[in-house]
Design a protein around this ligand. Sequence first.
Ligand code: PMP
Length: 361
Amino acid sequence: MNNRVYNFSAGPSMLPESVLLQAQKEMLNYGDSGMSVMEMSHRSKIYESIIYGAEDLIRELMNIPDDYYVFFLQGGASTQFSMIPMNLMNKNNKADFVVTGQWAKKAYQEASRYGAARKVASSEDKIFNYIPKLSADMFDPEADYVHITFNNTIYGTRYKAVPDTGKVPLVADLSSMILSEPVDVSKFGLVYAGAQKNMGPAGVTLVVVKKDFVGNAMDFTPTMLKYETHIKDRSMYNTPPTYAIYICKLVFEWLKNLGGIEAMKKINEEKAAILYNYLDSSDMFKGTVVPEDRSLMNVPFITDSEDLNSNFIKQATEKGFVNLKGHRTVGGMRASIYNAMPTEGVKALVDFMKDFEIKNK
Ligand code: PMP
């Protein structure tokens, strides 16, 4: 028995326990190298097997077509907010944005430093509790790309289908949903995700880009911020975040053994349903998002009293359900139930909520 809690953090968040145990086992001596992965040269054969192994696994799991590059970068998803325009806003110097939350807004604002960024639609009028309806005719056919945030971590909304942007390439931030359900990469020009929710520790960002979409960065783009730099050296232009990539590889193996992303999606749907069904039946707690746009990963909910919210968070924490406080712009609570959150964790949370509701009627 260990004393681990159910961690509902929005990220960094839970990792599969078997992954942590394997990392522990291999901490002092990886393979027969006589050293920790942290101590290895990134140029060694043994490390190459880790980073290229991770690339092969993510290609297999996400069914990434051969005409896409895959690489691991640093700087978090936030660095992509500027890397993307510097590298891709390069034909007509225009891009379209759908603003569905704080991260989408940051991507939009950052891009506007490099060219004509246009807000095509926004859900800010209702504190981002829905995904705006989109159609191909809303997008500028001359835009270099359209940017969307596929799952909105703070507000708990998600796209259920890939929007039709006509001929304009689609770029998507998958940070808080990657590997949680299948995404058809072939419909996108570029997708990216910070690792610290569904892939591994903070410090590594996955970028998947269509080969014919890159190679024309703005002149002033720093070498480290050009996709070509990292493509040419397969994520090893400079020292990559070696240990974080190793943990990602273990997570990819864990997911593959579980049956891959389809199997993961079933589990995630089941987990989310446990929580949403209860929220829909409760007289005390209610979800904040319109039902058709609900996220499988981030579930914000409120009561009608600040006192109840804070009592709930306090008592939940004491019982080992931690990091349930909602984002300040939504208030209340948010349960992030990423891939590594076991179904038992969600069931136990709902049992606790039911008990709290009865006791605080
Ligand atoms: N996009 C989304 C959807 C996020 O949830 C986050 C972080 N929570 C970010 C971008 C920013 O990621 P990072 O901290 O890796 O820069």
